[in-house]
Write a protein that binds this ligand. Structure first.
Ligand code: CMC
Length: 379
């Protein structure tokens, strides 16, 4: 905290509480995360993405009947309009995150509820976006590889359908479950940078397509969702576990940051990381590529001195290697984070609307004052 004679400045809004929420509870010291009161460990082990999305959006675990209705709504909304396919083709050479952001923005033009910012319409739009985003990501991936996009499945679950549209083949149950768990772990996380951005947009009474488009822009950066891509690049550069110590030392000596480590809120290990760690270990072994797990654990070992300063692994540290082992290219890692985060953004948007207020902080001006205006030909 920097103080001037008049005001205290909290750069990065560190530790600033700006609102009340019923979305998630994070205890950064204990490393505890609850969605709507339910522990992330229980949800990761026992829930599905669809059930967790319902929990986030409606505030309670669904009955079988409620889940079936919600699941049918998700499946029904997977198609994207033909003009949005055209937009994707037009920008197909851009980074998938730029393509996704552009396509989500374009979806607003075709959404039947676009003019309605009421609670029910916003919920419908949030559910629609949750269904459409996987279709955008995988359609773009097909188009940039010269293939026709696969039509969304009418029967597969959210994660299995993503993998089906990605490769054109029905995935194994094991692969679908891994991604399902990954989506659960990424579904919501309080006022992180992208959700906060979405709230700022809603604070002006704008709409959910604008909020999600802005949220996607914030998610793309390497300090937020882009970290998983960086972790995989690092693992490939390290190449073998024995080289991890020297790599990390060198990186830190040059003022670099180890991707997948550190968090603004957690001072203990990010509770989401442990589930993915176990999955990386098992998947690396099953696929006969144990070195990936060994490289990541060697990086953890090299970072041990920093644990004392509260720098531990975060959710993105293990996610990238899982995607890599599932055959997914690095530049789709952030879009996958976005696929999982749609319910969280929708919930943040709904909460912001319910008790809306313009979000408009202030800055202390430090520039010159009262300068005389000099006409252009006298400068
Ligand atoms: N590697 C090395 N040093 C680090 C790291 C890291 N990954 N993260 C923080 N530090 C150091 C930092 O250099 C600083 O040291 P000093 O006090 O000597 O200047 C100290 O720890 C505090 O860092 P900070 O920048 O004040 O922390 P922050 O709260 O502003 O940043 C962060 C949080 C996530 C941006 C940062 O830890 C980082 O850049 N991590 C790597 C990127 C990453 O993994 N991001 C994913 C976050 S989790 C998924 C998500 O929610 O998006």
């Amino acid at each position: 905290m920097t103080t001037t004679s008049e005001v205290a400045i909290n750069r990065g809004l560190r530790d600033i509480y700006f609102e009340r929420t019923q979305s998630s509870f994070i205890d950064g010291r204990e490393g505890k995360l609850l969605y709507r009161g339910y522990n992330i460990h229980d949800l990761a082990e026992h829930s599905t993405f669809e059930e967790t999305a319902y929990l986030l959006l409606y505030g309670k675990l669904p009955t079988r009947q409620e889940l079936a209705v919600f699941d049918a709504e998700l499946k029904r909304n997977r198609e994207i309009p033909a003009p949005v396919h055209k937009v994707i083709e037009t920008v197909k050479d851009a980074h998938p995150m730029d393509v996704l952001r552009t396509a989500v923005s374009a979806l607003a033009a075709f959404d039947p509820d676009v003019k309605d910012k009421g609670e029910e319409a916003t919920l419908r739009k949030g559910i629609r976006l949750t269904s459409q985003v996987p279709t955008i990501v995988t359609a773009h991936h097909a188009v940039r590889n010269g293939r026709r996009p696969a039509a969304p499945s009418k029967t597969l679950g959210h994660a299995a359908n993503f993998l089906y549209m990605f490769s054109g083949q029905e995935p194994s149950q094991r692969a679908a479950r891994l991604l399902d768990k990954d989506f659960i772990l990424h579904a919501e996380h309080g006022s992180n940078a992208s959700a906060f951005t979405a709230r700022v947009v809603i604070g002006t009474d704008a709409d959910i397509h604008g909020a999600v488009t802005a949220g996607l822009a914030a998610l793309a950066g390497p300090s937020h969702g882009g970290a998983a891509e960086g972790v995989m690049r690092m693992a490939l550069e390290i190449g073998e576990p024995e080289k991890a110590q020297a790599y990390v030392k060198n990186l830190l000596a040059g003022g670099g940051r180890v991707m997948g480590f550190g968090h603004r809120v957690y001072r203990a290990e990010d509770p989401r990381a442990r589930h993915l760690r176990e999955d990386v270990r098992r998947l690396s072994e099953e696929m006969g590529e144990p070195r990936w797990y060994s490289i990541l654990e060697a990086v953890v070992e090299a970072m041990k001195p920093y644990a004392r300063r509260g720098i531990h692994v975060n959710v993105d540290f293990y996610a990238g290697v899982i995607y890599h082992l599932l055959g997914i290219p690095e530049d789709l890692f952030v879009p996958i984070f976005a696929v999982g985060r749609l319910p969280g953004w929708t919930l943040q948007v709904l909460e912001q609307y319910r008790n809306n207020i313009l979000i408009r902080p202030r800055m202390v001006y430090t520039g010159p004052m009262d300068l005389p205006y000099v006409p252009i030909d006298q400068r």
